[in-house]
Ligand binder design. Structure first.
Ligand SMILES: Cc1cc2nc3c(=O)[nH]c(=O)nc-3n(C[C@H](O)[C@H](O)[C@H](O)COP(=O)(O)OP(=O)(O)OC[C@H]3O[C@@H](n4cnc5c(N)ncnc54)[C@H](O)[C@@H]3O)c2cc1C
Length: 375
């Protein structure tokens, strides 16, 4: 028996319901609410707080590494590769402007690509390093990358040459999401946790979101599915597959000299400093089939490889233990890296498959999704 107050305030049909309270979902809701302040905008998240990749990542504010960008140039041509870097850069700038560097814990300590001794990849990148900086000049207005002078800046790595950009750095993924959540709520977005959507049904006048655990369904005029690596569960057949990423965090490392964000082995490993500890993730290439999963788990195969990387390359000889391990599920496209943002039926938009770059592009993907809602 609902009162008139419950009916008109808490149970009133939203104009827009967004499924998923990650970076994409919260920004989509925020963008729409700003455009239509009178609209009721609801975000439905199954977790007790955001529990997707947005709070499981390694906290990198980065736009790509030299070897990745050059590989994209080879695969798709310079125009497309530079456009992708530009999109990531614009996304990072917008994210930082929206939420503020201090609130998201951004540290301007630089982004790096580490090459191993006798690394064939190094020769490839070194040969085209000047060309890469020239290609990216329209985006940054100055050379984005330089080679790190190891005699001036010894970070304790047992590795070969290191390329560096001053334009990247680590963030605090939890602080970012808390700031975004607060901002969305301040704008009037109704974010509801503990709301697992089990099915999406559209009829002539709206969309019904069925819920698990006997929770009441939610009816909305329009819906955005922003569940990233899980999007296929609600919209079967779309081209987004899950890709799990595993992470570990060491105990504080005495005398740690590492500062900034780092990619190695074509980006398959990524690491950074975090409050005197090393946070390291990756190794997905060692078991791509096994890591195409939404299961929340870590595996010995990948965790052992991460630990070897710590001992042999990142902090050789250091005394440490592993304090924490976790995994997160990204959404990847089977072809290319462009996120899927499209209307899948007259009232339902999907925004998913951010291909492991959602910190950088989430806010931009959300603009596209919010735009499609009103077209
Ligand atoms: C280990 C790791 C490292 C990463 N490194 C980087 C990086 O260096 N740079 C970068 O830019 N990005 C990185 N990413 C990727 C980035 O974190 C993601 O692209 C981004 O967070 C995706 O945001 P999202 O909002 O689209 O999805 P998510 O944050 O996954 O949000 C989706 C939400 O939907 C919810 N949900 C799912 N199904 C349902 C349902 N049925 N009902 C209700 N709610 C549901 C989930 O609980 C989740 O909270 C990394 C990710 C991981 C895991």
């Amino acid at each position: 028996m609902l009162s008139i107050w419950e009916r008109t305030v808490f149970m009133a049909e939203p104009h827009v319901a967004v499924v998923g309270a990650g970076i994409t979902g919260l920004f989509t809701a925020l963008h729409h609410k700003r455009r239509y302040p009178g609209h009721r905008v609801v975000v439905l998240e199954r977790g007790p707080h955001p529990i997707g990749a947005s709070v499981k990542n390694a906290g990198f504010a980065c736009f790509g590494s030299p070897s990745e960008i050059l590989a994209d140039v080879e695969a798709e041509g310079a125009e497309a590769a530079v456009a992708r870097v530009q999109e990531r850069w614009l996304g990072l700038r917008e994210l930082r402007t929206e939420l503020g560097d201090e609130r998201i814990g951004f540290e301007a300590t630089g982004g790096h690509e580490v090459f191993m001794e006798d690394d064939a990849l190094y020769t490839k990148v070194a040969d085209r390093f000047d060309e890469l900086n020239r290609l990216l000049h329209p985006v940054f207005g100055h050379p984005a990358y330089q080679w790190l002078n190891r005699s001036k800046s010894d970070m304790g790595l047992r590795a070969g040459p290191i390329a560096r950009t001053d334009l990247e750095g680590p963030i605090d993924g939890g602080a970012l999401m808390r700031a975004l959540l607060e901002k969305a709520r301040e704008a009037g977005v109704d974010v509801r946790f503990g709301q697992p959507v089990s099915a999406v049904e559209e009829d002539g006048s709206g969309v019904v979101l069925r819920m698990s655990h006997d929770l009441a369904p939610v009816r909305a005029a329009r819906v955005v599915i922003a569940t990233n690596g899980f999007a296929n569960e609600l919209i079967p057949g779309i081209d987004v597959r899950p890709a799990r990423g595993q992470v570990l965090l060491t105990s504080p490392v005495p005398g740690l000299r590492l500062k900034g964000t780092f990619h190695a082995h074509e980006g398959y490993y990524y690491f950074r400093d975090h409050r005197g500890c090393v946070l390291l993730g990756g190794g997905r290439h060692l078991d791509k089939a096994g890591e195409t999963t939404t299961e929340d788990a870590v595996t010995p195969l990948i965790q052992d490889a991460l630990e070897r990387m710590l001992r042999e390359v990142i902090i050789p000889g250091a005394d440490f233990t592993i304090e924490h391990r976790w995994s997160g599920v990204m959404g990847f496209r089977t072809k290319g890296k462009t996120a899927l943002v499209e209307r899948v039926s007259p009232r339902v938009v999907v925004a998913a498959g951010l291909s492991g770059m959602g910190v950088a592009i989430g806010v931009r993907v959300a603009h596209k999704a919010a735009g499609l809602l009103v077209e």
